[in-house]
Ligand binder design. Structure first.
Ligand code: UDX
Length: 402
């Protein structure tokens, strides 16, 4: 309810640059209304989009409880033809199950069709991605619904892939798992670079010039986090398992990522041997910049390890502090980057926020007890750091004795 009130006042409930202006504009023009009156929403809609979360359960299976709740609610009010469009990432076969569920709940066959229309938006760039999608995927089994979807998406002038619901459901998993694998691949290359003194950035650049490879998602670092890659890779492995397929490549991508997320702690241990009582600063808490999301962020895994080793953890993030304090009450969060570095033995960069990329290295040196930086996102200029005399580790950009 709180969310609905806020949204109707034009206050976004998550952070994205440009979202507040767009929300206000749409409210003023009457193009958008937020309500918790499901009956009214269903009755007034021709097309109903389901966009709820589908998190991972402990056993890597997909938690469809929010999804089922929506179906159970909307089915009570369907009295005329509706196209029910699923945007949430759901296991293959869900479209069929939803159809059966609606029939079981007494919704007349002629009053609905179910479309699988997976979402490819990136957090923090959702507005741009929505307006400039690379492709739109529509899984359908009814010509009537297909025509409605085609008309709906026509103004976007984007290629629409029309296919079966099962194929559409798998396209989402295939895309996310492939991108996640690309990241894990480049991270393993980066770790090799650190051993042999090669440079991962030049390798990524040269690889990316090959049009078959593309330069995107080849940025080495401390691994992928967020609400999609970690859960979708696991869900795909689990789903494939059910059908007797062993997804070894994706399993390895997950394992590589699990290790990569805590790489800074291993670098730190190698350098100091003992971390108990030492102040360590985390710069950037979110799983990527321009969002306030910390789900599956590498910072979470690093902080947990550091606290296990009795280090004193200080944090800075331009958008997040309270959320992290709730998870780790013993950490100290700062609103000023330089204050978080006071007496620190090491700064670990976990997110490539603009203000972290452009830190004043002289100021950093003055604040820290020992000027040591582990740059988990390879954002600092190598020459500038070298000139500053700071002990510097990055991911695959120079030889490290790991
Ligand atoms: C992703 C997909 O890109 C999007 O299509 C899908 O709908 C949802 O999941 P998102 O999680 O918002 O989007 O973030 P994305 O920009 O893809 O980055 C995911 C993670 O990968 C971040 O932690 C990022 O730091 C990491 N990453 C990304 C790398 O480590 N290297 C890269 O080259 C790219």
């Amino acid at each position: 309810m709180d969310k609905i009130i806020k949204l109707n006042k034009g206050i976004p409930t998550l952070y994205e640059r440009g979202l507040e202006g767009l929300l206000k504009e749409c409210l003023q023009s009457g193009n958008i209304v937020f309500t918790d009156d499901i009956k009214m929403a269903v009755e007034k809609s021709d097309v109903i989009f389901i966009t709820v979360g589908t998190p991972t359960l402990g056993n890597w299976e997909v938690d469809l409880s929010q999804f089922s709740e929506v179906i159970n609610e909307i089915c009570k009010y369907i009295e005329s033809y509706k196209v029910i469009v699923n945007k949430s990432t759901v296991p293959v076969g869900t479209q069929k199950c939803v159809k059966q569920l609606l029939l079981d709940r007494g919704v007349k066959k002629e009053n609905f069709d179910v479309i699988s229309n997976p979402e490819f938006l990136r957090e923090g760039k959702a507005i741009y991605d929505f307006l400039n999608a690379d492709r739109i995927v529509i899984g359908f089994d009814s010509e009537r619904a297909r025509k409605i979807m085609e008309k709906l998406y026509k103004p976007f002038n984007t290629e629409i892939v029309f296919t079966t619901p099962e194929t559409a459901e798998l396209i989402k998993y295939a895309s996310n798992a492939f991108l996640a694998t690309k990241i894990s691949f480049i991270n393993e290359m980066a770790n090799l670079c650190s051993k042999v003194g090669a440079d991962i950035e030049t390798i990524s650049y040269a690889m990316g010039l090959d049009k078959r490879i593309s330069p995107k998602f080849l940025k080495a670092g401390i691994g992928f986090g967020g609400s999609c890659f970690p859960k979708d890779t696991k869900a795909l492995v689990k789903m494939a398992e059910k059908y007797g397929c062993d997804f070894r490549v994706v399993k390895s991508a997950i394992e590589v990522n699990d290790n990569q997320r805590i790489l800074p702690v291993n670098i730190l241990l190698n350098y100091y041997k003992e971390l108990a009582g030492k102040v360590i600063t985390i710069l950037g808490l979110t799983f990527k910049p321009n969002t306030d999301d910390i789900r599956e962020a590498p910072s979470l895994y690093i902080i947990r390890r550091l606290l296990d080793m009795k280090a004193v953890v200080k944090c800075y993030d331009p958008k997040v502090s309270d959320k992290m304090k709730k998870i780790f009450p013993n950490i100290r969060c700062y609103t000023n980057l330089y204050d978080s570095l006071q007496d620190s033995y090491c700064a670990i960069i976990c997110t490539e926020w603009e203000e972290i990329s452009s830190i004043d290295l002289d100021k950093v040196k003055l604040k820290m007890k020992k000027p040591v930086i582990i740059d988990g996102r390879n954002i600092l200029d190598l020459n500038k750091v070298k000139d500053s005399g700071i002990v510097y580790f990055s991911i695959g950009r120079e030889r490290q004795n790991l």
